[in-house]
Structures are given as structure tokens and as C-alpha cells.
Design a protein around this ligand. Structure first.
Ligand SMILES: NC(=O)c1ccc[n+]([C@@H]2O[C@H](COP(=O)([O-])OP(=O)(O)OC[C@H]3O[C@@H](n4cnc5c(N)ncnc54)[C@H](OP(=O)(O)O)[C@@H]3O)[C@@H](O)[C@H]2O)c1
Length: 319
């Protein structure tokens, strides 16, 4: 990587395709940091007006309306929505603006850097001639760029890609206060699925719990009064201990198969359209809880085997 711009200590230009919430926040942070010598080059969005808005927010750079107005840059951030990254990157590669040693990166949580296109005459085997590719997933919500500029520092950032590119983006995101950690390219989607489980699927689980209270004829304000303290206490306990064995309570932890059987019957008898999905979520998460209960060893193996059987039977019935 001797010819790589990112291995030099000189001044680098960063251009951004997709200066939306994340793109404009990061460009402003890159422009304001003092550790690396970076200038913001050009901003290309779908609409010139929104690129101009991003440039005003960043305080540097030039808004352009089309790909063919772009000039060479050392670093390219593609911060379009995920489903546009591949096509935008291919279009960028086709402009032939990318030079050996330039770096292209995106910030998607679910895609890895291999989705980024290289110019056609650069084979990956000729690594010293190729552009560098990386991805950085900042674990931060960029809903409000002005707020994110002041709150980004301390955010964890998952970095993957080619070695020289990963090293550079780690320096770049560390310079704006990110806590970078390395991720294997082939594990990125699994990593993202894990974060979705803890965030989005947790919301879905809590919503299901509320729907079940409603099906039990509990009024809306009472549902919150029941669930909110329980959710807070459980999450606080989990965060405090960071070990499921220290936190799991309830029928499965006690090996109480009668209660589990009664729950499954009550869900099946609820006559609600969502009953099948409640049953499969209850059974799938119950199986995970049984494994935690085995490690707790409060309940006998026999009792836990009974519960496993009940959960498996209910999963078969709901198929
Ligand atoms: N937002 C977050 O909290 C967050 C967190 C972590 C990672 N990310 C990742 O960051 C990336 C961007 O997300 P975002 O939330 O910042 O998206 P966003 O606010 O919707 O911004 C997307 C930007 O891309 C531009 N764009 C769309 N299609 C384009 C195209 N074909 N050519 C050029 N520009 C195009 C849009 O232009 P117009 O404004 O003109 O429509 C807009 O400025 C995604 O990969 C996302 O997964 C986001």
C-alpha cells in the first residue's frame, strides 16, 4: 500500500455521496477534528438543494448535482440509504475518478465493504494498484445531526474491510471520538442481526407483551403501569450484571412446567389473531431461557427437559 493516500501523513480530501443525517454529521465532525489533516471536497445527494443544505451544515465543501461534476478525492464516504450503496458505488467506479490508493467506505450496519465496486481495470489480486474498501458502522442514532455532532464522541464503531483501509478508518473515527472495534467481514451480518435482536426485536417483544395484556382485558393505562417498572427493573438488572444467569427468574428458572403448560394453553385459547406469533415467540425464547436455567441449576434437569418438550410440542402445533 505504498502508493496509498491513506498511508501518507499529508492533507486528504474527503467527498461524500449521500450527505443526509449520518453523512452530514460525520463530514462536519471530520472537518472539525484536529488530529488528521482532512478537507471536505464535494457533496452529491439526489437533490442539489439537500446537498447545499449539507454543505452549509458542514461549513465546508461544494455541493454538486451529478456524478460527472465530481472531482478526484482521496476518501469517499457513500452514505446513501443501504439499498443504494451498491449502485451508487458502481456508478462512482464507472466515472474512473477512483485512483489507486483512494479509499471508499460506507456506514451500513448490515452490508460489508465487498458491496463497494472497484474500477474495472483494478483486480483485487493486484492489491497495490487497487482502491481500498472499508465499512464503519457507528452505533449511534443520527436522527438530529445538530445533536449528533455534540453527542457522537464515545459511540462504538464496528470497522471491517481491507487491512490498510480498516487501519485508516479506525484513525479517522477515533479522531472524532469513536470507540472503534474490528469486525470480521464474513461475520458482519451476524453482528448486525445481534444488534437488531437487542434493539428492534426487543421493541417487538415488548409490543407483543402489551398486546397480550390487552387480550387479557387490561386497560391501556394499566398495561403501562404493569409493564414499565417490570421492563426497567429487568433491563437495569441485566445491564448491572451483564450475565443472564444472575438475572433470569420466573417459571422456567424454577423448572415449573405446569405454569409453562398453562401459559401455552392460555395463549392458544385466547382466540386472538396474533396468538400463533405469541406462541412461537414464547416457545423460541423459552428454549433460550431453559438453557440459561440449566446453567443456573436451580431446577432439576428432568424438570427442564419437560419444559423443553412442552415448548417443542407447542412449536409443532403452531406450524
Ligand atoms: N441514521 C442513522 O441513525 C444511522 C446509524 C448508523 C448507520 N447509518 C447508515 O448511514 C447510511 C445513511 O443513512 P441516513 O440515515 O443518514 O440516511 P438519510 O438521512 O436518508 O440520507 C441519505 C442521503 O442519501 C442521498 N441519496 C439517496 N439516494 C441517492 C443517490 N442515488 N445518489 C446520491 N445521493 C443519494 C439522499 O439525498 P436527498 O437528501 O437529496 O434525498 C440523502 O441525502 C446508511 O447506510 C445507514 O444504514 C445510519
Amino acid at each position: 500500500m505504498n502508493n496509498s493516500a491513506v498511508s501518507s501523513s499529508g492533507s486528504l480530501t474527503l467527498s461524500c455521496i449521500g450527505g443526509g443525517r449520518l453523512g452530514s454529521t460525520l463530514c462536519r465532525l471530520f472537518a472539525e477534528q484536529q488530529t488528521l489533516d482532512i478537507a471536505i471536497g464535494q457533496l452529491l445527494n439526489r437533490h442539489l438543494e439537500s446537498a447545499s443544505h449539507a454543505v452549509r451544515f458542514i461549513g465546508q465543501g461544494e455541493a454538486v448535482a451529478t456524478m460527472n461534476q465530481l472531482k478526484p478525492a482521496d476518501l469517499w464516504l457513500i452514505a446513501t440509504p443501504d439499498d443504494k450503496i451498491e449502485t451508487v458505488s458502481r456508478a462512482l467506479a464507472e466515472t474512473m475518478l477512483l485512483r489507486p490508493g483512494d479509499m471508499v467506505f460506507h456506514c451500513s450496519g448490515s452490508l460489508n465493504s465487498e458491496v463497494l465496486s472497484l474500477p474495472q481495470d483494478q483486480s483485487q489480486s493486484a492489491a497495490e494498484k487497487a482502491c481500498l474498501r472499508a465499512s464503519v458502522h457507528p452505533i449511534h442514532s443520527f436522527a438530529d445531526p445538530a445533536k449528533s455532532v455534540s453527542s457522537f464522541a464515545g459511540s462504538s464503531c464496528a470497522v471491517e474491510g481491507e487491512a490498510a483501509a480498516s487501519d485508516y478508518v479506525t484513525r479517522l473515527f477515533s479522531a472524532i471520538g469513536g470507540n472503534c472495534f474490528a469486525l470480521r467481514s464474513d461475520k458482519k451480518t451476524l453482528y448486525h442481526a445481534a444488534t437488531v435482536m437487542a434493539c428492534n426485536n426487543l421493541v417487538a417483544l415488548l409490543a407483543s407483551s402489551k398486546q397480550m395484556l390487552a387480550a387479557a382485558d387490561i386497560a391501556a393505562d394499566q398495561q403501562d403501569a404493569i409493564l414499565n417498572p417490570l421492563i426497567r427493573q429487568t433491563v437495569d438488572n441485566y445491564l448491572h450484571h451483564s450475565d443472564a444467569r444472575a438475572v433470569l427468574t420466573g417459571p422456567i428458572s424454577r423448572g415449573d412446567s405446569d405454569t409453562v403448560a398453562a401459559h401455552l394453553r392460555a395463549i392458544a385459547d385466547s382466540d386472538q389473531t396474533q396468538a400463533a406469533s405469541w406462541q412461537s415467540v414464547y416457545a423460541a425464547l423459552g428454549e433460550v431461557a431453559v438453557e440459561i436455567a440449566r446453567q443456573q441449576a436451580y431446577a432439576s434437569e428432568d424438570k427442564l427437559d419437560n419444559i423443553t418438550q412442552l415448548l417443542a410440542n407447542s412449536a409443532n402445533t403452531s406450524d
